[in-house]
Design a protein. Structure first.
Length: 258
């Protein structure tokens, strides 16, 4: 006890102690350990015993993995790892430092984007010369929705994913891939609804390069809504209040106009 009291609580690299960090969201949890693999195995067995004896739950060995910090670990749809890099840059007083080595990196795996697109049924994936080719596809289930509802649905789905994954290091790249498929799926959905071609749809709805739908409010005021075009810059979770805001897409499941 005396040794514990003498140890500075903020010194996470104290050589006399191992360190364990635990984070949980719903029934998913991640443990970060400063130690060796044997330490991780002991922690895993302790968790398994606690769940079995105290909560009468079984720990899945297939889903509970021990991963080196430099190897991506899957958590809540992200890949998390300690980045190893020899890239250097100079600090404020001119000293050369390895600024990126051992920094925590959070990424969106391509498989996450792929699964989301398949869930929304907006992409058709085929094999060509051993590689996957992604092609946007129409959503015929929206043929009876009005134009504004279709546009709002796509915007909600894009913003929802961006709000969730906006903190990822590769957010801009992966969300741009997602946004491209969603954009052209929307064009094809409009084209299928009006039984015409994508070129004609773009010619009709695009103004200054932006896809817009005009509508009237209940008071008769004319307005327009545009397809999401604000980009996918990486967000700061400490400053952006929209992080983790989930979209309400159920309001677009009916055929009622606004």
């Amino acid at each position: 006890d005396k040794l514990i009291l003498q140890t500075e609580p903020n010194n996470e690299m104290d050589s006399e102690y191992r360190r364990l960090k635990y984070i949980r969201y719903a029934d998913d949890f991640l443990c970060g350990i400063i130690g060796n693999k044997e330490d991780a195995l002991v922690v895993k067995e302790d968790i398994k015993k606690f769940l079995s004896e105290k909560l009468k739950l079984e720990l899945s060995d297939d889903k509970t993995l021990i991963t080196h910090s430099e190897t991506p670990a899957s958590f809540l749809g992200f890949h998390i790892r300690n980045r190893k890099s020899d890239h250097t840059k100079r600090d404020s007083i001119g000293r050369l430092k390895r600024s990126y080595s051992k920094t925590v990196e959070i990424k969106i795996p391509m498989d996450t984007i792929k699964k989301k697109l398949l869930t929304y049924d907006v992409v058709q994936i085929k094999k060509h010369n051993g590689k996957e080719v992604w092609k946007p596809k129409a959503r015929p289930e929206f043929n009876h929705n009005d134009d504004l509802e279709i546009l709002e649905r796509y915007n909600s789905e894009i913003r929802g994913l961006y709000n969730y994954f906006g903190i990822a290091n590769n957010c801009s790249k992966q969300m741009s891939n997602f946004g491209y498929i969603m954009e052209y799926s929307m064009y094809k959905t409009f084209a299928a609804k009006y039984r015409t071609k994508v070129k004609k749809i773009c010619r009709k709805y695009k103004h200054n390069g932006v896809f817009c739908v005009k509508y009237k409010t209940k008071t008769g005021k004319e307005k327009e809504m545009s397809f999401y075009n604000k980009g996918f810059k990486r967000q700061n979770p400490f400053l952006d209040k929209n992080i983790d805001n989930a979209p309400n897409i159920m309001i677009h499941t009916s055929t009622t106009g606004l």
